[in-house]
Design a protein. Structure first.
Length: 166
């Protein structure tokens, strides 16, 4: 039996895939028959109930479904993919970006904070003019500004460290 971990919203469930068009969900066995009507439209028969399902693939394991007029965003992963995803999430939580680099060469129009000020993730920090466009650079992490290497009016090269966060 192969298992799929299916997430709909904040709810995760394990679906066991059995041979002969059967699945196990919450300890119950269901007969499932899938008929493709078009590229995006399917008829799914679960036991004796038939559902019309429209699906759009968002990524390799993410889908948008419309089932009988109701919309769902669904993620389906194997147990191994789910475990790998959890490990990556934990790494992201512990990884902290400690410097803000210029994403491209440009002119600093504004630095919104000073050394010693606390910043929150997503907070606007810098306005950089590049190719006659203003680009707002936001904080990728929360912390305190410990160093500012440039000031308003300075030119910066790509990857120049503009400020540091601790």
């Amino acid at each position: 039996m192969n298992d799929l971990i299916v997430s709909v919203g904040n709810k995760k469930r394990t679906i066991g895939i059995l041979p002969d068009d059967k699945i196990i969900l919450d300890g119950k066995e269901f007969n499932v028959n899938l008929s493709k009507v078009s590229d995006y439209l399917y008829l799914i028969k679960i036991n004796e109930c038939v559902y019309e399902v429209t699906t759009v693939k968002k990524s390799s394991n993410e889908f948008f479904f419309t089932i009988d007029g109701r919309n769902y965003e669904v993620t389906a992963r194997t147990a191994l993919q789910e475990r790998a995803n959890e490990v990556l999430k934990q790494k992201e939580l512990h990884a902290k970006i400690d410097s803000i680099k210029a994403p491209m060469p440009g002119l600093i129009l504004k630095i919104s904070k000073n050394i010693g000020e606390h910043i929150n993730i997503g907070e606007p920090l810098i306005v950089l003019e590049a190719m006659k466009m203003e680009n707002e650079i936001r904080s990728p992490s929360s912390g305190t500004i410990t160093e500012i290497n440039y000031k308003q009016g300075d030119s910066v090269e790509k990857d120049a460290v503009i400020l540091k966060i601790e």
